[in-house]
Design a binder for this molecule. Structure first.
Ligand SMILES: [Zn+2]
Ligand SMILES: [Zn+2]
Length: 183
């Protein structure tokens, strides 16, 4: 009845050989930063939770904390923020099971490695970080972004561009408008 998750230090892969029914504590401490998306990574992470297995239902639940590095939506400069995310992921023990819905996949369904019986928690961690991303990911509330004319980072330097300059493609619309555009 005693099954202990076997984890390689610094790895997110667990060997499920000999898994027994029950709830098994699971702690994963990050090694190298985890690549989440093109310009998003999770460093210094720790997952504190459990793997539960009963009646063919296998789930990983717990809290994931770490440091997310991503690019600011306005100035495009990478910045970091600490996160603490509650996550729950369903584990598909049968790699051929295609019953997962799109929603489940987006929220982090983990599949076993078809070759054996290992589970990579990185899949669930990535999904959790992506779901946790703010709609506007800003390095700071008052980020001034990039100048639309010359592209300079307005947090770092000033430029003399006329920021009221418009995209010439809008001029045709402006002519149609009876109102003068507000500045
Ligand atoms: Zn910014
Ligand atoms: Zn400029």
């Amino acid at each position: 009845m005693t099954w202990n998750p076997s984890l390689v230090p610094g790895s997110t892969v667990i060997d499920l050989n000999g898994l027994t029914e029950g709830t098994h504590p699971l702690v994963v401490e990050g090694g190298a930063p985890l690549h989440v998306d093109t310009d998003v990574s999770l460093g210094d992470f720790r997952f504190d939770g459990a793997l539960s297995y009963a009646f063919d239902d296998c789930r990983v639940r717990g809290s994931l904390s770490g440091n997310v590095v991503s690019a600011c939506d306005r100035c495009l400069v990478p910045f970091d923020r600490d996160v603490s995310i509650e996550l729950e992921a369903k584990v598909f023990l049968d790699p051929a099971d295609e019953s997962a819905g799109v929603e489940e996949i987006a929220e982090g369904v983990i599949r076993l490695d078809p070759e054996g019986s290992t589970l990579d928690l990185a899949v669930a961690f990535r999904a959790a970080v992506i779901l946790d991303e703010p709609i506007k990911n800003l390095c700071r509330d008052e980020c001034r972004g990039l100048c639309p004319v010359c592209g300079v980072n307005r947090n770092e330097s000033k430029c003399d561009c006329d920021s009221s300059r418009r995209d010439p493609r809008w001029d045709a619309l402006k002519d149609l408008s009876t109102e003068s555009p507000k500045e």
